[in-house]
Design a protein around this ligand. Structure first.
Ligand SMILES: Nc1ncnc2c1ncn2[C@@H]1O[C@H](COP(=O)(O)OP(=O)(O)OP(=O)(O)O)[C@@H](O)[C@H]1O
Ligand SMILES: Nc1nc2c(ncn2[C@@H]2O[C@H](COP(=O)(O)O)[C@@H](O)[C@H]2O)c(=O)[nH]1
Length: 213
């Protein structure tokens, strides 16, 4: 019979960030990951933008007005926050720090500004993945096919896409989302490998010491 592993063998959780220009598919990949992997939890952001059809308050975002967002900023409730497309978006502190200690992994669908802020605060727990579209034409076509944004909003997102893409080299991994299943498989492999990193595996020193005693 196989011996059981000591219960001192734990792992720190990680902050798994997916960023991309709007429409490249990070929400699609995030949802696939959350469905396939029960061990990672979405960090639900707060936003001042209106919900899109099908978006549920508290599930996809916490939708708040400007006054409520101001109050949260004043009370230092955010891990990070940024202006994106004329609205404000922020990561509420919630239970992230204590969750990481307990081994909980968190998924962040946030932009490059938020990524920078999280990385500055907590380098060791952050894994940064940037998703690129296969082409600019395909990016525009995806924004259109999503059917949730007006022409004006699509134009603003396309206008910003090049400057967002210019931040690709501030990420640990870059994955091109041509085929969603393939992209998802790659992102999942990154997550699995990052979970195994030595520095995340607390208790390993004692375990190895015991093995080699
Ligand atoms: N590999 C793919 N091939 C074709 N369509 C895709 C692919 N990945 C995502 N899409 C579609 O493209 C549209 C945009 O995807 P999604 O909403 O996931 O982008 P996003 O990067 O999260 O955008 P935003 O930043 O605006 O939230 C959606 O309609 C989605 O179904
Ligand atoms: N810095 C942050 N960026 C965020 C956060 N939540 C979402 N986002 C980014 O905003 C844009 C637009 O999102 P959309 O849902 O309106 O299309 C996208 O790049 C998101 O990744 C956050 O908490 N902080």
């Amino acid at each position: 019979m196989a011996a059981s592993l000591p219960d001192t063998l734990h792992r720190r959780g990680l902050m798994f960030i997916l960023s991309s220009p709007s429409g490249a598919g990070k929400t699609t990949i995030s949802r696939m990951l959350l469905e396939a992997d029960e061990a990672i939890k979405l960090s639900v952001s707060v936003t001042t933008r209106a919900p899109r059809p099908g978006e549920i308050d508290g599930v996809h975002y916490y939708f708040v007005n400007d006054a409520e967002f101001d109050r949260m900023v004043a009370e230092d409730d955010f891990y990070e926050w940024a202006h994106v497309f004329g609205y404000r978006y922020g990561t509420p502190k919630g239970r992230i720090r204590s969750g990481l200690k307990e081994g909980q992994d968190f998924l962040f669908d946030i932009d490059w500004q938020g990524t920078q802020q999280l990385f500055q605060k907590d380098q060791q727990d952050v894994v940064r993945v940037f998703i690129l579209p296969p082409s600019i034409a395909e990016l525009e076509s995806r924004l259109r096919s999503r059917g949730t944004d007006s022409e004006e909003v699509i134009a603003a997102r396309m206008e910003r896409a090049r400057s967002e893409i210019s931040h690709w080299d501030a990420y640990d991994y870059v994955v091109i989302n041509e085929d969603a299943q393939l992209c998802f498989a790659k992102v999942r492999e990154i997550l699995e490998a990052e979970r195994m990193k030595r520095q995340r595996q607390t208790g390993l020193i004692d375990f190895v010491r015991e093995l080699t005693r």
